[in-house]
Write a protein that binds this ligand. Sequence first.
Ligand SMILES: NC(=O)c1ccc[n+]([C@@H]2O[C@H](COP(=O)([O-])OP(=O)(O)OC[C@H]3O[C@@H](n4cnc5c(N)ncnc54)[C@H](OP(=O)(O)O)[C@@H]3O)[C@@H](O)[C@H]2O)c1
Length: 254
Amino acid sequence: MSLPDTTPVSRLSGTSAVVTGASRGFGRATAAALVQAGATVAGIARSGSQLAELREQLGPRFVPVVADAADPVSAAQLLDQFRPAILVLNAGASPLTRPLHRHTWESFSRNWAVDVQQVFHWTREALLAPLDPGSVVVAFSSGAARFGSPLSGGYAGAKATIRFMAAYAAGESERAGLGIRFTAVLPDLTPATGLGAAAVAAYAAREGMDIPSFLATRGPSLTSEQAGKAVLDLAVGTGNGAYLLAAAGLKELQ
Ligand SMILES: NC(=O)c1ccc[n+]([C@@H]2O[C@H](COP(=O)([O-])OP(=O)(O)OC[C@H]3O[C@@H](n4cnc5c(N)ncnc54)[C@H](OP(=O)(O)O)[C@@H]3O)[C@@H](O)[C@H]2O)c1
């Protein structure tokens, strides 16, 4: 289903955005929220078929780009090509859900190789380009960054580093007077996406619970649509900083 041409002119009309990891989950919902708000969105993922399907759904203001978001050359080329006013660094690897001693170094460090490396390259390029004043970079950290995730190898540490990187970049932007905002979002674990569903299943099994019983201990689950709307709110807002994201909404971390 394509969006009708009669979509009302809205607040992001004429705005260029890039969303990494746009083919599924939070990234897909974020791309949809930004397109519906009027932006033209380049959506990046490695799977062309899922991006093509999203293009069918969202219409020509969604531009599919098959690329590895953690590749430094792709980051540099795509940032130059699209010059986004809104850059959402959402792509993330699904961690292998095993306790620490059942990881290899390669599986333990996977989210460093993908998630952290991606944020490093794109953040660096955003500062060096630099993006235009008023631009915003939203990087996906995780609620796991606060208390750890013992079945996900180096995931929580990687996501904590992403939160630090957004704060470091915000500081550099301010020091150089660039006017680029950098913010980190820390979503709650949710079964709404492939990545989250695998983690929920692993933690439920660890507790000897079935999935519904495990989820009942945690309160309402965040949906992908809520995540997309939250990123839109951050993009049109004015803040730097880091935000917890739950079904109840965004909450700024001090
Ligand atoms: N779901 C949760 O409970 C939860 C909680 C806290 C934080 N997060 C974070 O939220 C973000 C989105 O997660 P999700 O749950 O929506 O995951 P998901 O459903 O597994 O989607 C991940 C997306 O990232 C893309 N991707 C992965 N590696 C990539 C790469 N190297 N280059 C380009 N694209 C890549 C995937 O597409 P391809 O495989 O086609 O490339 C897919 O579009 C992640 O950073 C995750 O850590 C999720």
